[in-house]
Structure formats: structure tokens, C-alpha cells
Design a protein around this ligand. Structure first.
Ligand SMILES: [Cu+2]
Length: 147
């Protein structure tokens, strides 16, 4: 008797907690912030997080570029840079807090793909197309906002 009264008493607060958790799950989703707009860069910082990439710029400059990659997440990640099926560069699997610098040549490329190759991470959202702009176009678009 007293037992059923007790379970009824906790039933309402529990439902409230569950509803709050469900509602909070969406807004608390740690989606990476979009990269700042600005001129294409040859020196980009890339953060690996659950589940995506934070980037210090939105576009890369064709030619030699340096990617300073840091795992800012709480599980292991890596970064593979692809053009189609061609691997242009790839870090080791990085523990949280670890980093690696990739030096790659993007001469002649117009778009690359950033990808985390750890199982399941691509499906969680760790894939992203990044535009590569030839140096000739850089000066004419410098300072302009995205078209
Ligand atoms: Cu990953």
C-alpha cells in the first residue's frame, strides 16, 4: 500500500526529468560552429570534434597549404584529405588533445573532402567539402563576402 503510493509520488518528477532531457538533447547537441568567412588561407587550423570539423577559415588556397590539426573532441579522431578517391594527406589516429600538422599541395585542386576515417564517424557527420580557390582568384575576391 505504502509502496504503490511511493511509486506514484516519484512517477511525476521522473516524467518531468525525462521530458527535460529529451528536449535538452536537441539544443545541447554540440554541432561545430561554422568557419569564419574571409579570404582563402594556406594555413588552416582544423579541430576534430564530435561530430565534425571546426576550421579557422572556410576556404583553402590552391598551392602548398599547412593544416594544423588538433583533436578537440573527447574520443579519438583522424583527418583524411581527399580529392575524389585520391588521398592527399592523412593524420594518424589522434587521441583527445593530440595534434598533427599536414603539409599538402593543393595546386590544381578546386575542392577537397575532409573526412574522419574512424569507424562510424563519417556517418555521424565527420565529412565536409572544402572549397579550394586558385591564387589568381584570391586577390580579386579578397575582402569580398561569399557570393
Ligand atoms: Cu572521428
Amino acid at each position: 500500500m505504502s509502496r504503490s503510493a511511493m511509486s506514484r509520488r516519484v512517477a511525476v518528477p521522473l516524467a518531468v526529468v525525462v521530458a527535460a532531457l529529451a528536449a535538452g538533447g536537441c539544443s545541447a547537441d554540440p554541432a561545430p560552429a561554422p568557419p569564419p568567412s574571409g579570404p582563402p588561407t594556406a594555413d588552416m587550423r582544423v579541430g576534430l570534434v564530435e561530430w565534425g570539423f571546426t576550421m579557422s577559415a572556410s576556404t583553402l588556397r590552391a598551392g602548398p597549404v599547412r593544416l594544423t590539426v588538433t583533436n578537440a573532441g573527447s574520443t579519438a579522431h583522424d583527418l583524411e584529405v581527399l580529392d575524389g578517391h585520391t588521398v592527399l594527406g592523412k593524420t594518424a589516429s589522434l587521441s583527445p588533445g593530440a595534434g598533427q600538422t599536414l603539409e599538402i599541395d593543393l595546386s590544381g585542386h578546386s575542392e577537397v573532402t575532409f573526412l574522419c576515417t574512424l569507424p562510424g564517424h563519417r556517418a555521424q557527420g565527420m565529412v565536409r567539402e572544402v572549397r579550394v580557390v586558385p591564387p589568381r582568384a584570391v586577390s580579386s575576391t579578397q575582402g569580398a563576402t561569399n557570393t
